[in-house]
Design a protein around this ligand. Structure first.
Ligand code: XMP
Length: 517
């Protein structure tokens, strides 16, 4: 499975000790224009040496160093002389493993607190004597290991920062990666650039150029196919591969009939006309509606849509018999979530196009495997994709099918497309597009009574769903201004035939999911 992989570049390894801390740190490092990768705390000293990172960051984690089974680091890694920064749990672990003392907390320290610097510090030298930091810990280092200098404290943490310049190890109890720590990003940059001596060269242009080169060497003069979904990831992957291999890429766009209003036209317009990419536009709406007739149960619906998609995709790509590669828009968080770089691609390939056949003979090309969503967006813009595609909200594989409660029919799709377009237009007009994770309409399977122009109506309700989120794992309902909701409601009832009522979904996730089915 020939995934396009990292070309040589200075890399920071972010060691994961649990929860989401590592991901956020890795993103912040990349915001400092330094490439980072997340690795398990089980990484061996040999593996670290093989990868020769420019620096190592130990992340926070939910456990106490005192409990059985607390995640540890191979202590030989401390002796490699690779610049290291420990954060929160990482700081306590350094203290514990190098001979200091970590005291069990009695109250802990959560949220904003004031940090006071204490003596000389390489890490903190440019910082004020006192500044706000964000804490989230129960235990705390009470004595630094020998060779370490204590450089800051807070009311509850006598060792809020410590360092051993000789061993090139720095550690902070607070969280520089969260926005609430003032100058947190600057602290990370101080470590990466000034102390670890890394040149900050990881930029969108460098990503684009190195990935284009990597794809060229992976695919060469062979042919590749790419399934476009209308979403950002497959669009950017396709544009990148096209930049590398030109006419040897064929894109396949299966139009399920369950796409958002005008979405199909936009995909064809962008790829065929603007980018000049060979695009097979398969209008399969009839087949999808036939298969969905009478299907109401959500999981069954997803299954029918997924299977139909795969069958149609296979039928049409089967004609491209000389292709050796399948391009997929797998992102780094998917790789991390599926438990590491190896093996992850298999899981995602099934998920991405709704389940590829096991006997697939195509090799995978996944040029976005190392990237976070925001980096993919920046890359899309650098490749000339329009904002409407680059800033498109996430959209589920089964499309509007899972936003129509009950049976999916052409009529209902038309109603939902029109209502959904109004919701998105109004969000855009209010300038909220980049603050809202997803905003869309759902069509319920009930009718209610209303009155319009002295006439009784008996029609369907539209439910507006708008959420804020960082990663879709959790989400909160968006506190949209009432005037905005009022405008959406008025427009939907007036402009969309078959709708006489609008409701707003005020459920967070959990307990609700973002989609209704
Ligand atoms: P839920 O509804 O589980 O959705 O809170 C979380 C995020 O995933 C999107 N979603 C999907 N994406 N294929 C996808 O590629 C799917 O089948 C699918 N179902 C949900 C959803 O839009 C949200 O962003």
């Amino acid at each position: 499975m020939g995934a396009v992989n990292s070309v040589a570049r200075p890399t920071v390894l972010v060691v994961d000790f649990g929860a989401q801390y590592a991901q956020l740190i890795a993103r912040r490092v990349r915001e400092a224009s330094v490439y980072s990768e997340i690795v398990s705390h089980r990484i061996s000293v040999d593996e670290v040496q093989r990868r020769a990172p420019a620096a190592i960051i130990l992340s926070g984690g939910p456990k106490s160093v005192h409990v059985d089974g607390a995640p540890l680091l191979d202590p030989r890694i401390y002796e490699l002389g690779i610049p290291m920064l420990g954060i929160c749990y990482g700081c306590q672990l350094i203290a514990q493993q190098l001979g200091g003392v970590v005291a069990r907390g009695s109250t802990g320290e959560y949220g904003r607190t004031v940090l006071s610097r204490d003596g000389e510090s390489n890490l903190l030298s440019e910082f004020p004597d006192v500044f706000d930091v964000w804490m989230s810990h129960f235990d705390a280092v009470s004595a630094a290991p020998s060779g370490f200098r204590v450089t800051a404290r807070t009311p509850e943490a006598p060792v809020a920062a410590m360092e051993d310049g000789k061993r090139k190890i720095w550690a902070v109890q607070f969280h520089p990666e969260v926005v609430h720590t003032s100058n947190g990003q600057r602290l990370l940059e101080r470590f990466l650039v000034d102390l670890a001596g890394i040149e900050p060269k990881w930029t969108t242009a460098s990503v684009r150029d190195s990935q284009v080169a990597a794809i060229k060497s992976q695919i060469g003069t062979q042919r590749a196919i790419c399934g476009l979904s209308g979403g950002v990831d497959s669009a950017v992957a396709a544009a990148l591969v096209h930049r590398a291999i030109g006419a040897n890429l064929t894109c396949v766009y299966v139009d399920t009939g369950l796409m958002r209003k005008n979405e199909s036209d936009q995909v064809v317009e962008t790829f065929k006309r603007n980018l000049g990419i060979e695009l097979l536009h398969v209008d399969a709406a009839d087949e999808f509606f036939d298969k969905l007739a009478g299907v109401t149960e959500p999981e069954q619906k997803r299954k029918v849509i997924g299977e139909t998609f795969v069958r149609i995709f296979e039928r049409h790509t089967g004609g491209i018999t000389d292709a050796t590669f399948l391009v997929q828009g797998t992102l780094y968080p998917d790789v991390i979530e599926s438990g590491g770089r190896d093996g992850a691609s298999t899981i995602k390939s099934h998920h991405n196009v709704g389940g590829l056949p096991d006997d697939m003979t195509l090799q995978l090309c996944e040029p976005l495997r190392d990237l976070f969503k925001d980096e993919v967006r920046a890359l899309g813009s650098a490749l000339g994709l329009p904002d409407e595609i680059v800033w498109r909200q996430p959209f589920p594989g089964p499309g509007l099918g899972v936003r129509i409660i009950g049976e999916v029919t052409r009529d209902k799709v038309r109603i939902l497309q029109d209502a959904d377009a109004i919701v998105r237009e109004e969000i855009r007009a209010a300038g909220l597009e980049r603050d809202i994770w997803q905003a869309f309409a759902v069509l319920a399977d009930i009718r209610s009574v209303g009155v319009m122009g002295d006439e009784r109506t008996y029609a369907r309700p539209i439910i507006i769903r708008a959420v804020t989120s960082d990663d879709a794992m959790t989400a909160d309902w968006a506190r949209l201004p009432h005037e905005l909701l009022a405008r959406m409601s008025t427009r939907i009832v007036n402009e969309v035939d078959g709708v006489n009522r609008v409701a707003y979904d005020i459920t967070s996730k959990p307990p609700g999911t973002i989609e209704w089915e």
